[in-house]
Ligand binder design. Structure first.
Ligand SMILES: [Zn+2]
Length: 201
């Protein structure tokens, strides 16, 4: 980038440009917007960014995003703790919750098994999931990993680990296109997939 802007302004444009979906033109427009905006408004954005990094942590039970040690879903007494829905990412929890069809609790893996990318089972929260099931009270584990090869492989691997336990293992299926991700499924498709879940073993 040339030196038409001051160093500080360049730095802001550069930071915006690192965000997903933000090209150089948009980065420039956002930076100028901040420059023109009221100090309080700009600081509110800066504070929101700082808080999200300082205050948000992982739930110690399900590894979903939380501001306390235990997330809102795990601490909700109306949730059925006998049903654990396994997802790859916190954004999948949000997506499923938006259907309004979920009364279960979650387990967030933190990704999927991908040996070629260096992601082994022990890099995910799979051991912690097995421990949750081992400690008892779990009737069904619903695999809601993405309906693609990596997600299917991860679901199968986990179901093999859970085989020794007296627990039903199901997989979201109907309505979800093979090879896709939960992120792009509509609430209607997801609701169908939840109600139509099939036994995995
Ligand atoms: Zn939780």
């Amino acid at each position: 980038m040339g030196s038409v802007y001051t160093e500080t302004l360049n730095r802001l444009i550069e930071q915006f440009g690192k965000l997903p979906g933000i090209g150089p033109k948009t980065a420039e427009r956002l930076a100028f917007h901040i420059l023109k905006s009221e100090p309080a408004e700009a600081m509110a954005l800066a504070n929101a960014i700082r808080d999200v990094k300082h205050k948000i942590k992982r739930c110690e039970i399900c590894f979903n995003l939380a501001e306390q040690a235990v997330c809102q879903i795990c601490s909700d007494p109306r949730r059925d703790k006998a049903l654990i829905c396994v997802v790859e990412q916190p954004k999948d929890v949000i997506k499923l919750e938006k259907t309004g069809a979920c009364q279960w609790v979650y387990h967030v893996l933190g990704g999927h098994i991908a040996p070629l990318d260096g992601v082994e089972p022990e890099d995910l929260t799979i051991n912690q999931l097995v421990e949750r099931v081992r400690s008892g009270g779990v009737k069904e584990v619903i695999m809601a990993t993405n309906p693609n090869m990596a997600g299917d492989g991860t679901a199968l691997y986990i179901s093999s680990l859970l085989k020794p336990f007296d627990v039903k293992i199901t997989r979201l299926a109907r309505g979800l296109a093979t090879g896709s991700t939960l992120e792009y499924a509509s609430p209607k498709m997801l609701t169908d997939a939840i109600t139509g879940r099939q036994q995995l073993q």
